[in-house]
Ligand binder design. Structure first.
Ligand code: UDP
Ligand code: MG
Length: 320
């Protein structure tokens, strides 16, 4: 399946980016050509509702290396990335956004590092977050703080702008989970890596698709996917409250025997409230894991392809 002719596959997930897609692709291709002419550009249209797909179809007649994959609906960036990775044939794969926030001038440097130093992953880390709104910065800080505490993965500054050697892609393909958290998965995989710093450029056009709520959702997915620590916490809290319960019971029985009237209605209410909220929290944490297990056992495909354009459009087996 691997064509030795293709050195690099560049994967770009896009969702409603019609405003600047054509210009961005042109710029990106220019920089890839500086490094190699044996490449493929896989653009995954993640169920856009604007002109993105028709622009992509038109661009593929102009850029022979361009392959468009259209998903049947919006599956989210993570799954669009999966679609790109599963279709990539290059000896190395570069993943990047299409809004030029990931500077395409780094592409030749990434390829050089991979070729000359023989590293398996070239990771581009964010140096600054220019022009990102305060609320966005606060929510991403909270998100990475949580991941670091709970999943013990330092993903601060991590981005989805990276080069992966074919060996890494093959290893990634063996991770069967349906709910993916790409940054965490590549960190988990290991392999030799170098880091390149970059400044996050302002978005060329349009606005970010991440809201604080979607970041909280992603954080929960990531925590459930990478650690069972919250489940352990429920057990520890349960054991602690059992010890407290035993002590309080002994005291209550003692007071009853000693004939001292039990006052403290307030204590009863407080204990009820505390215990109930701890039980609810425990059930909630269990629920998160059960929901994740349920999603995995359903075994649905990560994405569904509806159309393809460009170099691969003659292939059969369009549906995944
Ligand atoms: N994207 C996608 N599917 C989605 C949301 C986003 O494919 O459901 C793409 C989007 O077109 C862009 C990349 O993912 O190329 C990053 O999105 P965005 O710029 O909104 O995120 P940010 O840079 O703010 O993290
Ligand atoms: Mg962006």
């Amino acid at each position: 399946m691997n064509s030795p002719a293709i050195v690099v596959s560049v994967i770009i997930p896009v969702w409603n980016e019609a405003g600047h897609l054509y210009q961005s692709l042109k710029t990106i291709v220019e920089f890839i050509r500086q490094a190699t002419s044996y490449f493929e550009l896989i653009v995954v249209d993640d169920g856009s509702t604007d002109e993105t797909w028709s622009i992509l179809t038109a661009a593929s007649t102009e850029i022979p290396e361009l392959e468009g994959i259209r998903l049947s609906r919006n599956f989210g960036k993570e799954r669009a990335l999966c679609a790109g990775l599963e279709h990539a044939r290059g000896q190395a794969v570069i993943i990047m956004d299409c809004d030029l926030q990931h500077p395409p001038e780094l592409i030749p440097i990434m390829i050089e590092q991979w070729r000359l130093q023989g590293v398996k992953i070239v990771e581009c880390v964010k140096k600054s977050r220019s022009k990102e709104s305060l609320s966005y910065r606060i929510s991403t800080n909270m998100f990475y703080g949580l991941i670091q505490k709970l999943a013990r993965q330092d993903l601060r500054g991590a981005s989805d702008f990276k080069l992966l050697d074919r060996q890494v892609v093959e290893a990634w393909a063996k991770m069967p989970e349906k709910i993916t958290f790409f940054r965490g998965m590549t960190a988990w995989l290991g392999f030799s890596r170098v880091e390149l710093e970059f400044d996050v450029a302002p978005r060329i056009d349009g606005k970010t698709s991440w809201s604080p709520i979607s970041l909280v959702n992603l954080a929960l997915h990531a925590i459930v996917a990478f650690t069972s620590w919250p489940l352990r916490l429920v057990t520890i809290v349960g054991m602690f409250s059992f010890v407290v319960a035993v002590i309080l019971s002994i005291q209550t029985i003692y007071m009853k025997i000693a004939g001292m009237a039990v006052t403290g209605f307030t204590t009863v209410i407080l204990l009820l409230l505390c215990m109930n909220s701890m039980i609810m929290l425990g059930i909630g944490i269990l629920g998160e894991y059960i929901a994740a297990i349920y999603d995995e056992v359903k075994g649905r495909p990560r994405y569904v392809v509806s159309q393809r354009t460009g170099v691969q459009s003659m292939d059969t087996g369009v549906l995944n």
